[in-house]
Design a protein around this ligand. Structure first.
Ligand code: ZN
Length: 527
């Protein structure tokens, strides 16, 4: 969190140490004379390499100005210049900041908001062959990128960026940099850069490649959706308090939607892979009872208390993730708008409208009413039924919307083969622990909960191997006795194996689509 310096006057001599005090969590007050220069020396603690934290070791430095650089109270709109003094052997800096001509390792930002949105990675970094889109350079620079076909990768990345920028019709930056901080998990979007954990080894399988392309498309698309197309609460950013909004499902959920669509339209996934991506979200969302308790807008608003993927522990059953429901609702919105307008307009038009109207013209974010009005303006009709999918827990009517594009979706519950208890486990230090328990499964109804140690299976000491063998041999209707530890006591329960039912959400094309269905399907995939 950026820190504020408050300056107070007190007579001091040049070279004197000045008095200072910490006046709030991230504000320091300096008692200075009118002197126009004060030198501040401070250490920054760094602990782990992660896109959201500053990190320095002997190989590289990842600097988040938001966590490292002060701004002076009331002067956040002043320009800033930052000079890096790299240690010997460090040759390169990856950052979205403009470099200062004629000065090595020196960068400038027009104001502190831009500085705070521009991390810097310094080290002996590798830069992949850069490319331009409409004359604008795009770079991929990083630490320990790994071995993979780098030319092919950059060609594919170029297609992703060409697809996203031609859909939006404008490129709002002068250069863009993917800052790859090394292997790991996570990404954070910025105005003209994205910090990503990246390991080129992931590109060696088709699945891994698709996952990586989706991830990079997601972080890239955020420079439109959230950095510029944004809920009104998300800017100017309140560095002291954070910001709550009911529309993170737009910022995150629709960025997931467009990561899938961008990769698809760039020719980097098949329609089956696209369907599967949506199915994964549907299965995750429909598989948790939280869908009956928490709305999409509540999950957005409660993200600071619940976490971005919903609550954990037993409460996991009361929450949903806008990363799962968001893209699916986005798909329903898109099909609905295409149906209402005879495929003349789409969700893409809503995104373009929000960009032009609020980011470019009004230079601000939009309210919920303005978002809804934008959808209805593009659709030319009421979308009250669709807005209910955001503000209530109304069950999603998939078949109705998929039919608009001539698609079938299988929403019937089918029994899966085998006997079913409904929990997963993992073994650690000779003890088996329950990890996840399906809601209302035989195990759930018997009181089995995550993190409980499982002691015995049918009276024999529990091991993951024994448990698996016992379940594999069982038939629905058979009994099993599990002994576990709960509420400080040992408990044994007899559980009857059940059958697992699941909706497949399998998506397929209908045999004889109408011309409109065909048009909607084809332009949705390609446009
Ligand atoms: Zn995101």
């Amino acid at each position: 969190m950026p820190t504020t310096l408050k300056i107070s006057k007190q007579l001091i001599q040049k070279g004197d140490e000045i008095k200072w005090s910490k006046v709030s969590g991230n504000t320091w007050q300096l008692l200075t004379d009118n002197s126009n220069s004060v030198k501040i020396i401070y250490d920054v603690k760094t602990t782990r390499p992660f896109v959201g934290t500053t990190y320095v070791d002997e190989n590289r430095a990842y600097i988040l100005p938001a966590a490292v650089c002060f701004f002076i109270d009331g002067m956040i709109d002043h320009s800033a210049q930052i000079t890096i003094k790299p240690i010997a052997g460090w040759t390169r800096v990856a950052t979205g900041l403009d470099s200062v001509a004629g000065k090595n390792f020196t960068y400038t930002a027009p104001d502190f908001d831009v500085l705070y949105d521009s991390p810097l990675l310094v080290g002996n970094l590798e830069e992949l062959p850069s490319f331009t889109v409409k004359g604008i350079p795009h770079r991929f620079i990083g630490y320990q990128l790994g071995n993979f076909d780098k030319v092919q990768f950059m060609n594919d990345l170029k297609k992703v960026i060409e697809t996203a920028t031609s859909m939006m019709g404008d490129i709002p930056y002068k250069h863009y940099t993917f800052i790859s901080i090394g292997p790991g998990q996570g990404g954070i979007e910025h105005l003209n850069s994205a910090s990503v954990s990246f390991n080129g080894a992931g590109l060696s399988t088709e699945d891994g490649k698709l996952r990586l392309y989706h991830f990079l498309a997601h972080e890239y698309f955020h420079h439109y959706n959230v950095k510029r197309i944004r809920p009104i609460e998300l800017g100017p950013f309140d560095y002291d308090n954070g910001s709550r909004t009911k529309m993170l499902w737009v910022s995150e959920g629709l960025s997931v939607y467009y990561e899938y669509m961008t990769v698809q339209r760039a020719g980097l996934s098949t329609s089956d892979e696209l369907f599967n991506a949506f199915r994964t979200n549907m299965l995750a969302f429909e598989g948790k009872p939280g869908r009956l308790y928490q709305t999409l807008e509540q999950s957005s608003y409660d993200t600071w208390s619940d976490g971005p993927f919903g609550r954990t522990g037993d409460d996991v059953n009361k929450t949903i993730s806008y990363y799962d429901k968001g893209p699916v609702v986005g798909l329903l919105f898109d099909f609905k708008i295409r149906e209402l307008t005879q495929n003349k307009r789409s969700l893409d038009d809503v995104m373009r409208y929000l960009y032009h109207e609020y980011y470019q013209k009004k230079k601000r974010g939009f309210t919920e009413n303005e978002f809804n009005a934008a959808c209805e303006k593009i659709a030319g009709a009421s979308m009250a039924d669709e807005f209910k999918y955001v503000s209530t827990t109304t069950e999603l009517n998939y078949p109705k919307y998929f039919a608009y594009a001539g698609l079938n979706i299988d929403t019937t519950s089918k029994e899966l083969p085998g006997a079913y208890l409904g929990f997963t486990n993992r073994e650690r230090n000779d003890t088996v622990f329950i990890s996840a328990v399906d809601w209302e499964s035989p195990a759930w109804n018997a009181g089995i909960r995550p993190r409980q140690p499982l002691l015995e299976v049918n009276g024999t000491k529990a091991t993951a191997k024994l448990l698996k063998e016992t379940i594999d041999k069982a038939n629905p209707g058979d009994k099993i006795t599990l002994t576990f530890f709960a509420d400080n006591s040992k408990r044994s329960v007899e559980i009857i194996f059940g059958k697992k039912k699941e909706k497949s959400f399998h998506i397929s094309q209908i045999d004889n689509p109408t011309p409109l269905q065909k048009k909607i399907f084809e332009s949705w995939l390609k446009e």
